[in-house]
Design a binder for this molecule. Structure first.
Ligand SMILES: [Zn+2]
Length: 213
């Protein structure tokens, strides 16, 4: 049996997960958001892109791609109902990574540099941080939404071939992310997986909102 989110359910889950990780939300579609604020965010990301080597295309960026900068999460304007919830979970993982690795370089998960340093200057580090964020989407898909093997495979292929080229990663690093997600999918379908703490909460809150009921 498959399930999905209504807009209202997804927004309710998004607000809960953002509050849980202590994030500040920006909606790029918010008409009350001043143009200069968005222009400033875009300018900052364009600066970031000089490190990652991937230019930020303004219109595409506003409509399709969400970002996390520290604890600030900016959501794209054209997300499907389901993606409103899944992308919120993805970005919440980045907020946790940022807080966990900190600004000053507290060691965590094998890294000894701050998250933003790892993200900007280590392509493999960026790949692993993104793998963790995409893994929660896969987890919600399989555990809550009833994705079968084909759907999970389709998601992993989309991450590798459509999403990851936006992160200025080499083919080998995109394959690394796909391999991490593949093993996550195998574990999820075997029923012996351990889910992430945040994934467990998102699934719980989604069920409370009526998803999959
Ligand atoms: Zn990400």
């Amino acid at each position: 049996m498959t399930a999905t989110y209504t807009r209202a359910q997804a927004l309710a889950v998004r607000d809960r997960v953002m509050a849980h990780v202590g994030a500040i939300q920006i909606d790029k579609a918010d008409p009350g958001l001043a143009g200069p604020a968005l222009d400033g965010l875009h300018a900052f990301l364009s600066l970031v892109s000089t490190f990652t080597g991937k230019p930020v295309v303004p219109d595409e960026w506003r409509r399709h791609w969400s970002q996390t900068l520290g604890i600030v999460v900016a959501f794209a304007t054209e997300l499907s109902d389901e993606d409103v919830a899944l992308v919120a979970a993805h970005e919440a993982v980045h907020v946790q990574q940022f807080k966990g690795l900190g600004l000053t370089g507290a060691p965590a998960d094998g890294y000894t540099a701050a998250m933003w340093v790892v993200y900007l200057f280590s392509r493999e580090g960026r790949a692993r941080l993104e793998a963790e964020a995409y893994a929660i989407m896969l987890e919600i898909g399989v555990v809550l939404l009833g994705w079968d093997h084909a759907r999970a495979r389709g998601f992993i292929t989309w991450v590798r071939d459509v999403a990851l080229p936006n992160y200025a990663l080499a083919v080998s690093e995109r394959e690394l992310v796909a391999a991490i997600l593949d093993s996550q999918a195998t574990a999820l379908f075997s029923g012996t997986h351990h889910t992430s703490a945040l994934g467990v909460l998102v699934v719980k809150w989604s069920r409370e909102a009526g998803v999959g009921a």
